[in-house]
Design a protein around this ligand. Structure first.
Ligand code: GDP
Length: 526
């Protein structure tokens, strides 16, 4: 197969959802259809359960699972499909945001009973920032959910995207009869089926009495009314508009019953994008360029604390990645090579000799990678669009074992390189402020500092509600602001100044009073 053929058969995407909507279940069913696993139950949820806050062994176990399921690859209809897993737990949202920088599209799972939930909104915001194409799967139709038209309205208003149903349910809950495909004009009849992947699909002309025979008079009438309304209200589905991230096709089904999953997968295979071009600080790079480039979007610590090596996840963006070849690490300006890069299958890893755009390879790393690092065949550039987001909880890291301060420094440096949290330094006294999106990370950091680096710490909560990166065209004004704000200024890992605002009100005041200074909520700005 030529390189171009290899590229065009790759589909790299993530499944996202609010916890419990059915992401793990849907992932598993897709793998079953793809033949990557043989039995249900083979995919472990990477969910970090609430109780894990105080149960560190549980966190460690869960971390293990999430390495194994970080990327799941399977073949279907001659396509090579890479599913990038994202942690469901809210406290690990940053990890999810970063994974979304490495995919070409997403499938969003919605629980038909709960509708659009908090995490759904935030995840979609990140997708919308990047115009990532989205397919929506409304799940759990075997339960009494909200009216489907209301669900569609809610999706449009809360997620700020147009929707277009491609299938339509006949009832829900105990009376759920199946879904009608608005495009194939077929009816998929529902039956409880937790293990098999076959479906009971019938071509049907809904304007004939066959429909009455199949679903009864009342439901036949309703389906005709609904489809008429849909065709009247929604524009016909247009693939280009979907690829631009402007309209999301919607499917209905029940993942746990394998129901509606095949339609979803088949449509995904037909419409979802091939590996797309990506921006660097110098130029746009196209996947079919001959020279290899890629970037690191995730770093995972080795589970064995005696070996401090880590796994860096590299998304290949152009060219062919080859095992054992030297590549240029552009941030460090040095050449590196990897003797045992690996790919991921459902529950195993295997060494790969080459990888193509769209693929993700795991690289053993001894501490030379940070999130966002770029590898090339010599060209000086860095992939952009992998920002840090302003954290929400801030605590000062206090060393409680002065004999181990070197270990503490090294540990916190490496853990923040991994992206577990963000580290800010205050010039006065070299104080270290750690910012995260969730409380759980502080427990994880404290635990890992002790067990992997032999350092002890405690936390003091900081009265900070938002950290904003600062820039200005007027350097004098910026220096003046930094001098005046004194203790409210810290520096990120790349020594960029950051304003630590005590409250939203204080932030707004400062923004108003200093129009020549720009306040940024993500670390990527020009
Ligand atoms: P995740 O947190 O999004 O990964 O959700 P899971 O896949 O773990 O599913 C959460 C719960 O919903 C589990 O108990 C599933 O068995 C259940 N579930 C998933 N799909 C369906 C469905 O179609 N119908 C019903 N009734 N339950 C489902």
């Amino acid at each position: 197969m030529s390189t171009l053929e290899e590229i065009s058969r790759r589909r790299t995407f993530a499944i996202i959802s609010h916890p419990d909507a059915g992401k793990t279940t849907l992932t598993e069913k897709l793998l079953l259809f793809g033949g990557a696993i043989q039995t249900a139950g083979a995919v472990k949820s990477n969910k970090i359960k609430k109780s894990a806050t105080s149960d560190f062994m549980e966190i460690e176990k869960q971390r293990g699972i999430s390495v194994a399921t970080s990327v799941m690859t399977f073949e279907y209809k001659n396509l090579k499909i890479n599913i990038l897993d994202t942690p469901g737990h809210k406290d690990f949202a940053e990890d999810t945001y970063r994974t979304l920088t490495a995919v070409d599209s997403v499938i969003l799972v919605i629980d038909c009973v709960k509708g659009v939930e908090e995490q759904t909104e935030r995840l979609m915001e990140v997708c919308r920032m990047r115009d990532t194409p989205v397919i929506i799967f409304i799940n759990k139709l075997d339960r009494e959910g909200q009216n489907p038209f209301d669900l569609l309205d809610e999706l449009e208003s809360k997620l700020n995207i147009r929707v277009r149903p491609l299938t339509w349910p006949v009832n829900m809950g105990s009376d759920f009869k199946g879904v009608y495909s608005l495009y194939d004009k077929t009816m998929n009849f529902f039956r409880v089926n937790k293990t098999k992947v076959e479906e009971d699909i019938l071509e049907i002309d809904i304007n004939t009495p066959v429909l009455e025979q199949k679903v009864g008079e009342r439901d036949a009438e309703q389906l005709r009314e609904d489809t008429e309304l849909i065709e009247g209200v929604y524009d016909p589905f247009d693939r280009q508009t979907y690829l631009e991230g402007k309209v999301a096709p919607v499917f209905f089904g029940s993942a746990v019953n394998n129901f509606g999953v095949k339609e979803l997968l088949d449509t995904f295979c037909t419409i979802s994008p091939e590996p797309i071009a990506r921006a660097t600080d110098k130029r746009v790079v196209y996947p079919d360029e001959p020279k290899f480039t890629g970037f690191v979007f995730k770093i995972h610590a080795n589970l064995d604390p005696r070996h401090r090596d880590r796994i860096a996840f590299l998304r290949i963006c152009s060219g062919v990645f080859e095992r054992g070849k030297f590549y240029h690490h552009t941030r460090l300006d040095k050449d590196v090579r990897f003797s045992s890069p690996f790919s991921f299958m459902a529950d195993s890893k295997s060494i790969v000799d080459e990888g193509f755009p769209g693929d993700v390879v795991g690289l053993y790393d001894t501490g030379s990678f940070k999130i966002g690092d770029t590898l090339t065949e010599g060209e000086e550039m860095r992939y952009v669009g992998i920002p840090s987001f302003s954290p929400e909880i801030f605590k000062e890291l206090i060393n409680t074992d002065p004999m181990k301060s070197k270990q503490l420094d090294k540990g916190i440096q490496q853990l923040t390189d991994e992206g577990v949290a963000q580290l800010f330094t205050m010039m006065s006294g070299n104080r270290k402020i750690v910012g995260t999106v969730g409380e759980l990370q502080f427990d994880v950091i404290q635990y890992r500092l002790e067990h992997e680096y032999g350092a002890k710490c405690r936390w003091t909560t900081m009265p900070v509600s938002k950290a904003c990166w600062l820039t200005s065209d007027d350097k004098k004004k910026l220096d003046e602001f930094i001098r005046l704000k004194g203790l409210a200024i810290a520096y990120d890992k790349d020594s960029n100044p950051v304003f630590l605002a005590e409250s939203d009100w204080i932030l707004r005041m400062n923004m108003q009073n200093n129009p020549e200074i720009k306040f940024h909520f993500t670390s990527e700005f020009k």
